[in-house]
Design a protein around this ligand. Sequence first.
Ligand code: AHR
Length: 611
Amino acid sequence: AITVDPKGSGAKIDDTMYGVFFEDINRAADGGLYAELVQNRSFEYSTADNNSYTPLTSWAVSGTAKAVNDDGRLNARNRTYLSLDGGSSVTNSGYNNGISVESGKAYDFSVRARADAASAVTVTLQDSEGTLAEARRVTVRGGWAKYRATFTATRSSTGGRLTVAAADPVALDMISLLPRDTYQGHGLRKDLAEKIAALHPGFVRFPGGCLVNTGSMRGYDEASGYQRKRSYQWKDTIGPVEQRATNSNFWGYNQSYGLGYYEYFQFAEDIGAMPLPVVPALVTGCGQNKATDDDALLKRHIQDTLDLIEFANGPVTSEWGKKRAQMGHPKPFHLTHLEVGNEENLPNEFFARFQQFRAAIEAKYPDVTVISNAGPDDSGTTFDTAWKLNKDANVDMVDEHYYNSPQWFLQNNDRYDAYDRNGPKVFLGEYASGGNTFKNALSEAAYMTGLERNADVVKLASYAPLLANEDYVQWRPDMIWFNNHASWGSADYEVQKLFMSNVGDRVVPSSATTTPSLSAPISGAVGLSTWATTAAYDDVKVTGADGTTLLSDDFSGDASQWTHTGTGSWSLQDGQYVQTDEAATNTMVQAGDPAWHDYDLQVKATKKSGK
Ligand code: AHR
């Protein structure tokens, strides 16, 4: 039976509690949410980004065409352009090996071009069966200028190709084809944006993930030219698209930054969500584990972060607020939360630098909540150290990430019950249960009831990652899947939608009396923070609500039905299951399928620190 106390006062639930985590992983941006249909439009792909890349990746040449990197370039941040001989052409195959067009819809073509003598340029859209739209012609003459044309597709196709042919020699760059119909006219692919909007997310965390923090900490450097493999830095991603120097990202591909910070803010605004950017902390996790000692560089990044807040919120008379206005948005974007760093394995190094960011932001923008990190795991030394540092310094909010099994999510519903109500609030920035099946979605839904019950501590939560192009998968599971013409939500998507679309005002206290529960006596320290280096487990017992014993084992007989997973060592000694060294998480699984439960019983000894 479930007992509900309608008059009881539970935690207040913020409207912003459930949101989305956008990372440019699995081609989520270029070839995904960013509606551009031409891949490698500015000929900037390079083997320095990815061994399989050349400046002509995704382009097929007929005749003679060369990628050129010289002083005749379009601008200093757009290094390479195409020199096309007269009588030659180049054909782009888009993303997912084809450009998708829909019959009757308009597509806007544009190109930057220059030609010493007038050159007639013909642009066609076709697939293996023939033409997809009437050809367009522009005459290029003189120095670099932008030329445009519009196609209306006469047929639908998912295997389209865009061909640019020149009668006479011509230089080309920024060859672009965008559907006219984008989400709210802001350049984002409509079906994907609509699926995200339909979630009614409270916030959008962007642009990553490991993407944010890793790579060279140097930004685009005017003096030394093109810094590849630099971390994601917001100033690289704003202004005219042809001046956004492309970059390779942590996930191994080139990013055009056509979807940049301005577009992220605008998208968050368009779907009524709070923008939540993450900036690099100059300490890298995600396998790199380095911290910069370059103080000048650190100060530059801190200043960049202050400038970001000015870009989002500052008046049009301010330096960065003016740039926002020039891009078309004089009104502020209302940034209230900002995160520094992502998943650092070096908690002390991270925290020392985080504190410098925090001090500078709080001094200038005391109303902005600065979110910190708790390292990559949900338990263990790094996590504990990071939490202690954050707690001791009264940090407002800490980002936790964990990817676990459905069983873990079912068994850890109480994770936040023990968290200190006076400590930092929690931003559960990334979580998922390892698959996209109904069972995964169900376990996440069950877990989310625990988040919601603790809405006074867990202030923000986002499933991760959000998007995956089925032809470029670096990470799974993912919430929304797509190819070049269709998209579909996973079962997990439906759960997120259910919770995000029905955010309550407050928790109504309730209790259930029929749920089987693990009960004491389990000797040792299950659920406690004082786990000694050795612990013994005995008399495992599972009881039903009516007190009936559903399962018990004193380990005095054959314990072979138990298997142990986890990072510590365990052995059976004198009728006890003994942990012989300290480990973050240990799980004893009883094989079989107890009649009362659909899943294997897991008796889990987790070193819970009750943050
Ligand atoms: O969500 C995918 C990755 O998982 C993120 O980039 C990173 O933060 C985490 O390890």
